[in-house]
Design a binder for this molecule. Structure first.
Ligand code: NAD
Length: 480
C-alpha cells in the first residue's frame, strides 16, 4: 500500500505530525488508500511555496504554459489504466464513468492550453488628449482549488487548469474520499515538468477540513478560491472568503428538473431521462433529480422509463451503474424513499437498499410535501411529478432552491425553448439530457447551486485581475 503524500514546492511531503487517514472500498470494505493528514502548518507551507513560485510562473509566455499543459494532458492520458482502477477502488464508480473522467479531464487540459493566448485586454477611448487607456488582464496570484470525489479527474483538473493557463500558481485540495485519485492529477503535472511550487497538493483528515482550508484562504498570497461540493460546505467557504475578502467561485449542489411537455418525443425523452438520472448512480451535480411530466403523456413516459431503469443492474464490474460512494448515501436515499412512500408516492422500480449497490429507483406521484421533491438525493432515487400544461411545468421546475442544470423535451422546439428560457438555472438543454459538459462552455449555477463560472472566457475572467492602466503620450495640463 503506497501512501498518498502532499506535494509542496515539488517535494513529496509527509505530514508534520506523521498522521495518516484511510480510504476503504465502498463495496468490499478493503483498505485502498492511505493519505497524509496535512496540518495547518503544511497548508501554510503549500501557500508559501505557491507564493514564491508566482513571480517566475506569471512571467512565462503563453507558448511555454501551453506546452506544459499539453504535456500534462499527455501524462494524464498515459495514466488512464492506473487512474481508472484507483478511482473505481476509492469511490465505487463504474469503469465507464472513471474512463469518461480521464477523457474529459484531458480535454479540459487541452482547452486550458489553448486559452493561454486568449488572456487579452482592451484599449478604451479616453477623454484625456494623448491618453492611451488599457484594460489589462493579469494573473491574480495563488489560486486555491477544492474538488470533490464524484468526478475526481474532471473536477480536480477544472479547479486548477484555467488558473494555471492564466499564469497563476495553485494549490489543489483533494477529497478525503479519493486522495490517491486526486494525486494522479498532480503527478501528471509533475511528469509534464511544471516548475517546483507552481502546482501544490494538500489532503487532510475530515476533522481538519475547516482549519486547513481557512489557513489557505487567509494566506495573503491566495487571491482566488474555487470550491466544488455541497451547498452546505459552499456556504461555510463563502463565509471564510468574505471574512478575508477573497473572491470565491462556488459550484454547488443541484436538483435538476427534466421537463417532458405534452408533445415530447417520448422515446428520446426516456433515453435522456434514464441517462441523466442514473449515470454514475445519480451522483453528479447535473444529475436529473426531478422529472416533471405532463399528465397527458405521463403514463406512457413512466411505463417506458421504468422498463429501461429495470434493465440497469448495479454491479461493481461490467455495468454502467456501479456502487454509490458510501453507506451514508444509502441511508439518505432510503430515508427519502420511506418519506415519499409514507406520504403517498408510488414506487415504480428499485427501492430501499442494504448495500452500496443501489438499484435505480423511480417514485411517481411525488408532491411538494415529500422530501424527495426538494432535497438533492445525490443517488439513484428520482422523483416524478405530474403537471397539467406548460405553466405548471415551469412553476414546478422553478419551485427549487437550486439552479444548476435543466432539460426540456418538446417537438415544438420554439415552445420548448421558451420554456427553457423561463427556467431558473445556469444551464438548460432543449431535447438533451441534464448531463452535458464541455471544457469551453460556461459552466455555473444560480440560486443555491453557486456563484460564478468555469470554462471559456468566464474562466479567464474569474482567474485574472482586470486592471486599468494608462500611458500619457503628450504633455498633460493640470489646474495648478
Ligand atoms: P462536501 O461539500 O460534503 O465536501 C467537499 C469538501 O468540503 C470535502 O472534501 C471537505 O474536505 C470539505 N469540507 C468539509 N467541511 C468543511 C469545512 N467546515 N470547511 C472547509 N471545508 C470543508 O461535498 P461532497 O460530498 O464531496 O460532494 C457532493 C456535493 O458536491 C453534491 O452536493 C454535488 O451536487 C456537489 N457537486 C457540485 C458540482 C458543480 O459543479 N456544481 C460538481 C460536483 C459535485
Amino acid at each position: 500500500m503506497t501512501i498518498t503524500h502532499l506535494l509542496i514546492n515539488g517535494e513529496n511531503v509527509a505530514a508534520q505530525d506523521k498522521r495518516t487517514f484511510e480510504r476503504r472500498n465502498p463495496v468490499s470494505g478493503q483498505l485502498v488508500s492511505t493519505g497524509v493528514c496535512a496540518s495547518t502548518q503544511d497548508a501554510q507551507n503549500a501557500a508559501d511555496a505557491a507564493s514564491r513560485a508566482f513571480a517566475r510562473w506569471s512571467a512565462t509566455g503563453p507558448s511555454e504554459r501551453r506546452e506544459l499543459l499539453n504535456k500534462a494532458a499527455d501524462a494524464l492520458e498515459a495514466s488512464r489504466v492506473g487512474f481508472t482502477q484507483c478511482m473505481v477502488n476509492e469511490t465505487g464508480a463504474s469503469a465507464l464513468w472513471a474512463g469518461f473522467n480521464v477523457s474529459t479531464a484531458v480535454g479540459i487540459l487541452r482547452e486550458a492550453a489553448a486559452i493561454t493566448t486568449q488572456v487579452t485586454g482592451q484599449v478604451i477611448p479616453s477623454d484625456l488628449p494623448g491618453n492611451l487607456a488599457m484594460a489589462l488582464r493579469q494573473p491574480a496570484g495563488v489560486v486555491l482549488g477544492m474538488a470533490p470525489w464524484n468526478a475526481p479527474a474532471i473536477l480536480g483538473v477544472r479547479a486548477i487548469a484555467t488558473p494555471l493557463a492564466c499564469g497563476n500558481t495553485v494549490i489543489l485540495k483533494g477529497s478525503e474520499l479519493c486522495p490517491a485519485s486526486h494525486r494522479f492529477i498532480v503527478d501528471a503535472f509533475e511528469q509534464a515538468g511544471f516548475p517546483a511550487g507552481v502546482v501544490n497538493f494538500i489532503i487532510h483528515a475530515p476533522e481538519d477540513a475547516s482549519a486547513v482550508v481557512e489557513t489557505m484562504v487567509a494566506h495573503k498570497a491566495v487571491r482566488r478560491v474555487n470550491f466544488t461540493g455541497s451547498t452546505r460546505v459552499g456556504k461555510l467557504i463563502s463565509l471564510m472568503c468574505a471574512q478575508h475578502l477573497k473572491p470565491a467561485l462556488l459550484e454547488l449542489g443541484g436538483k435538476a428538473p427534466f421537463v417532458v411537455l405534452d408533445d415530447a418525443d417520448i422515446e428520446q425523452a426516456v433515453d435522456a431521462a434514464a441517462f441523466g438520472a442514473f449515470m454514475h448512480s445519480g451522483q453528479i451535480c447535473m444529475s436529473t433529480e426531478r422529472i416533471v411530466v405532463d399528465t397527458t403523456v405521463a403514463d406512457e413516459f413512466c411505463e417506458r422509463l421504468t422498463s429501461k431503469a429495470r434493465e440497469l443492474k448495479a454491479s461493481p464490474e461490467g455495468s454502467p451503474i456501479a456502487s454509490v460512494v458510501d453507506m451514508a448515501t444509502v441511508v439518505r436515499c432510503n430515508a427519502l424513499i420511506d418519506d415519499a412512500l409514507g406520504k403517498g408516492a408510488k414506487l415504480l422500480c428499485g427501492g430501499k437498499a442494504s448495500t452500496t449497490l443501489m438499484a435505480p429507483t423511480l417514485l411517481d406521484h411525488v408532491t411538494a410535501a415529500m422530501r424527495i421533491y426538494s432535497e438533492e438525493s445525490f443517488g439513484p432515487v428520482k422523483a416524478i411529478v405530474r403537471v397539467n400544461g406548460v405553466e405548471e411545468a415551469v412553476s414546478c421546475a422553478n419551485d427549487n432552491e437550486y439552479g444548476l442544470s435543466a432539460a426540456v423535451f418538446g417537438r415544438d422546439t420554439a415552445r420548448a425553448l421558451r420554456v427553457g428560457q423561463c427556467i431558473e438555472s445556469g444551464i438548460c438543454h432543449i431535447n438533451g439530457p441534464t448531463l452535458h459538459d464541455e471544457p469551453q462552455m460556461h459552466f455555473g449555477g444560480v440560486k443555491n447551486s453557486g456563484i460564478g463560472h468555469f470554462g471559456g472566457q468566464s474562466g479567464i475572467d474569474a482567474f485574472t485581475e482586470l486592471r486599468w492602466v494608462t500611458l500619457q503620450t503628450t504633455q498633460r495640463h493640470y489646474p495648478f
